[in-house]
Design a protein around this ligand. Sequence first.
Ligand SMILES: [Zn+2]
Length: 285
Amino acid sequence: MEKKLRVMMIGAHPDDVEFRAAGTAVRFLETGAEVEFLVLCNGSKGHHIMSPAETARTRAGEAAEVKKVLGLTEYRIWDVEDCELEATLENRRRLIRDIRAFAPDIIIGHRTNDYHADHRAAGQLLQDASYMLIVPHDCPEAPAMRKMPVILYFEDHFRQPPFHTDVIIDVTPQMELKAAAADKNVSQVYEWLPYSEGEEAPADPQERIAWLWDGVTQDSTDEEVLRKTHSRIPARAARTAAVNRKELIRKYGEAGRKIRFAEAFQVCEYGTVPTKEELDELFPF
Ligand SMILES: [Zn+2]
């Protein structure tokens, strides 16, 4: 029997992975792969009304719902408070142990240039852990990996240095599920993010879904989606397709012109650096 591919996606907060890679996670799951989301902060400070303890509890409950909706192998959250993640030796070793325990073939995480200190620390921790994964005398209590995973970064929009698309994935067929995962992150998607962007989401669950999609459909044009400046999930995935239109056409041919929702990733040079052919084999969709 062929070994199942193992994919680990490492985010700073509950919802970071959903926003950036839930469509690709579903793609992997559809091929029979095992997918774990590992989140390094507990989400405690992502709310303007609830106390940090209440928010962390709420976010853990929402993450459990996301795990169910997407069909993830695992969704784990560290007990680190929001805005307090640091790239310490202790955290690096904790991450090394967690990665070795899951033994992924592919890891996807944050870049280190990002607006949020926790995202930067999560990116730094992943970079710091990467080479040590195969060093037996570092964290000897967790057996070292024999093969360095392929490591990639989630897409972001920071320009110094700019993100480079090495892998583009059509997630149009998975977009309903990705939006359903966003919908489970109620305290974030309908409460905190609108508050932080000076907006208000409707209270009614049906109206909220329409608000979340904001009129973005399969038939929306690149021009239409590029005009949307908020952070709602369908618009974000539509923007990724719009700005990577050339890459989509290169990969999917003429069909690439019609792809409405996409996710993009950049190869990290500190993992196994795959050839173009190996990348196509690792992401066979
Ligand atoms: Zn975050």
